[in-house]
Design a protein around this ligand. Sequence first.
Ligand SMILES: *Cc1c(COP(=O)(O)O)cnc(C)c1O
Length: 462
Amino acid sequence: MEAGWKTIIEPFKIKSVEPLGFTTRGEREKALRDADYNLFSIPADKVLIDLLTDSGTSAMSAEQWAAIMRGDESYAGARSFYELERTVRDLTGLRYVMPVHQGRAAERVLFSVAGGKGKVVLSNSHFDTTRANVEASGAEAIDLPVPEALDFASPGDFKGDIDLRALEEKLRELGAARVSMIVMTLTNNSLGGQPVSMANLRATAEIAKHYRVPLFLDIARFAENAWFIKRREAGYATRPVREIVREIFSYADGCWMSAKKDAFVNIGGFLALNDEKWMNEARETLILGEGFTTYGGLAGRDLEAMSVGLREVLDEHYLEYRIRSIEYLGDGLRKAGVPIVEPPGGHAVYLDATRLLPHIKPEGYPAQALACELYLTAGVRSVEIGSLMFGRRAGEVFIPARMELVRLAIPRRVYTQSHVDFLIEVVADVAKRAKTIRPLRLVSASPRLAHFTAKLAPEVLA
Ligand SMILES: *Cc1c(COP(=O)(O)O)cnc(C)c1O
């Protein structure tokens, strides 16, 4: 459409609808008690607006549902595989394509080949499953974000960048032979969904080439990243997203994707790379744990829907709406005086509980307390990214996380602007009563994956 209109609209109409889970305050109080104040344990039908994650929660398009019917369920060599292979090769220019059931399966397979004891992986920031898979292989995962990435109040166009000087230092210090790869996560999920600039990616590729270390991209949100480049980086404003994406992949020796993000599917992913030896080894691991090489743990119909999604996400009307809808939420919260991580990322807005709840120390899990209050107030489900997720508990010693955030992740094509307006109203209401929010106490947690299994209770004040 011609430019110039102020209002950016949802670039779709709705064909199929699902009711929201309305509840009473009493029902939510009971649900929260029954869940031991862990929002992962709340049944989804007791949630009104579910912002737990943008992963696998997208609305598929009519074309994707049609593709589901076209799925070829042959065990080997299904037409749906060749279609996906063609789509991924067109998109990335990479030679070998392997479907997997989701991103972490690609990581497990890749690092079983490329990781191992004594090896190191360097990244702008490893996503948590990436780090876990690097470490499970015996290798070490090192994050080298730019320093401003950790300053949540300061705006910045490309806070997802890697620290180039730190990267070179590490390569010299460790010796390139120990570094099995450099991984750039697009967008940087662990640090606010912030984008990586093309300039930073290009410079990283030059360094990688100089030291002869492969450069891999973790591309769960590559299209959102490309849109930020178009909007924020000099020289890209008039370039089609498709071309920007092509340039991004021109720097990569390989990539993997959780297709549950930018490919709009409810399950799926892939690994793509150029090195034949790595791919042959990876295929053996895949067959052992996931399935044959042409389906990788998915049904043929999932492969079809993924191919369609990978093409749809490059639609610039969609990307403009997508990024604008997150900004719109950020604008509303900022106007209401709610402290957020600046600037809003590509898939989520993060509330800063450290600044909103200064009366709750990390030991009282301020971000989890805030997330619970959002649920109690209006059935909004979010996720804590703070001391419950990253804090360490060793006996009596408590080591807090370096941030206390609540992530409001926005599923793709699912909620409309009035849902977002409602959300702004709810968060603003909770923020006004912030002083009355009480700390939580950890009742029990398993040593690993505490975030998913923890039980908490309101702190009883003496
Ligand atoms: C979600 C995600 C993964 C893991 O993918 P799953 O599909 O959840 O297994 C890896 N990296 C990034 C950046 C992600 O956002």
